[in-house]
Write a protein that binds this ligand. Structure first.
Ligand SMILES: Cc1cc2nc3c(=O)[nH]c(=O)nc-3n(C[C@H](O)[C@H](O)[C@H](O)COP(=O)(O)OP(=O)(O)OC[C@H]3O[C@@H](n4cnc5c(N)ncnc54)[C@H](O)[C@@H]3O)c2cc1C
Length: 414
């Protein structure tokens, strides 16, 4: 058996999208984990008939055709406060589901499964809750591309959501054939972190509390009971917490901005090798619609800050995406924005993440050291500037002042 990154032995050439696994009619390919916790295809030479299909569907060997038409961009948040509280950004994904899924539909998305994340499908949008919220780990795709093809051929409406490499893989798997009944929705992606980190966290909790993780919400918003559907959910930008529920019922909350996971991941010390060269982190996209956080909201559209309740960036890349979003807008508060301005604040829509020369050293520690040692060595301590911006004079306070000035009809602030 050989571990194979298809095009070459270089790990950056494999996105871990699993298109090759699903395309292989001989079931000769399985995914195996390397010592960093990332999964790669392994070909069983005794089963392989050298048909070459795995290479044909690989989005690295055969990148799919992207949408080149003019984009339309929207910023805003869902009108329903409960949906907003359950969503990561501003609930744009839920608005799209309501607009697209009327009858005979299937929705694919990522669900949390303990420490793992995997793709599933639902046929009733009442179950949408399990797809909501970003799980910051690579989702294992299972048979999702294969099932999508089957549903499309049966004439069902399919909404497929995932990271940009999942969408590229789906298109390659479908051999670039376009389907009227398919809507592809991707998230803006800063890369996926090594699963070793969260396993070290789990081992630490087991040691300390004699219980392991049942549920992990990376961006939990502590909101008071929502009485009215229109109430603004506070806390999305400044007071999100990483919320861990253990099997013994114990709950731990750690402020997102002071959390070592975010510091290590966003310093690009533990991302998948292919993320450092990701070709899908660019302005030209593969999906009909791209969803992200409306970063920079306090600077260029403070009215969409949502009283610190989070906002979605929605980029429509295709005619199909624009048509669906026309309908979806009725569920949102917001407005059209300029693509060039939105792009300024969205690094992963311009280019892939930068490599960090200390990555290998950090990964070595991730293998060898315990959770506390890793954090002590690699996570940045919160700076006085960060605390000042969070509690004294930051985006929240600037938007608050902007609102007063705006109300008094005095010009906006920077
Ligand atoms: C790994 C990752 C990195 C991201 N990086 C950025 C970033 O750098 N900048 C930015 O602006 N936004 C980023 N996002 C997107 C952002 O976090 C929100 O997912 C997005 O704005 C949608 O939020 P929402 O409120 O519309 O809906 P929600 O209801 O919260 O959206 C859920 C959607 O995310 C999908 N999803 C959740 N977890 C995964 C996963 N592990 N793999 C594939 N799909 C998943 C679900 O299938 C569903 O389509 C990232 C998301 C992920 C998963």
């Amino acid at each position: 058996m050989s571990v194979c990154y298809l095009d070459s032995e270089i790990k950056t050439s494999c996105y871990g999208c699993e298109a090759c696994v699903q395309a292989c009619s001989r079931k000769a390919i399985t995914m195996v984990e390397d010592d960093e916790g990332f999964r790669y295809p392994r070909i069983d030479d005794s089963l392989c008939i050298h048909c070459g299909l795995c290479r044909k569907v690989c989005p690295h060997s055969n990148p799919p055709e992207r949408f080149h038409e003019e984009k339309s961009v929207y910023g805003g948040y869902h009108k329903d406060a409960e949906v907003r509280a359950e969503s990561t950004s501003g609930g744009g994904f839920s608005a799209i589901v309501d607009a697209w899924c009327d009858d005979n539909y299937v929705i694919f998305g990522a669900v949390a499964d303990g420490l793992n994340v995997r793709h599933e499908y639902i046929t009733d949008k009442k179950a949408l809750g399990k797809f909501r919220k970003s799980k910051y780990s690579q989702s294992q795709i299972g048979t999702a591309y294969f099932d999508t093809k089957k549903f499309l051929r049966e004439g069902r409406k399919v909404l497929f959501s995932g990271t940009p490499c999942h969408i590229a893989a789906l298109k390659s798997f479908l051999r670039n054939k376009s389907y009227e009944n398919l809507l592809m929705v991707e998230v803006v992606c800063e890369g996926v972190p090594s699963p070793l980190y969260v396993r070290k966290y789990d081992a630490y909790l087991q040691d300390k509390y004699k219980s392991s993780i049942r549920d992990l919400d990376y961006r939990y918003t502590d909101s008071a009971p929502l009485k009215s559907k229109d109430r603004i959910t506070p806390g999305k930008w400044d007071f999100e917490v990483m919320h861990t529920v253990m099997n013994n019922g114990r709950v731990l909350k750690v402020d997102r901005w002071l959390n070592p996971f975010w510091s290590i991941w966003l310093s690009h010390l533990m991302s998948r090798p292919s993320c450092y060269e990701c070709p899908f982190a660019a302005a030209e996209r593969n999906a009909d619609i791209t969803l992200g956080d409306l970063w920079g909201v306090h600077l260029y559209c403070p009215d969409l800050y949502g009283r610190n309740g989070g906002s979605s960036l929605v980029v429509c890349n295709s005619a199909q995406g624009k048509a669906v979003w026309q309908i979806a807008q009725q569920y949102m508060h917001g407005r059209e924005l300029s693509f060039e301005t939105a792009l300024k604040y969205q690094g992963p829509m311009r280019s892939h993440i930068a490599s960090n020369p200390l990555r290998d050293a950090c990964m070595a520690d991730l293998r060898a050291c315990d959770y506390q040692t890793i954090n002590k060595k690699w996570a940045k301590k919160p700076t006085v500037k960060l605390l000042w911006q969070k509690y004294v004079w930051g985006n929240r306070q600037k938007v608050w002042l902007w609102n007063i000035l705006h109300h008094l009809k005095i010009t906006s602030i920077k």
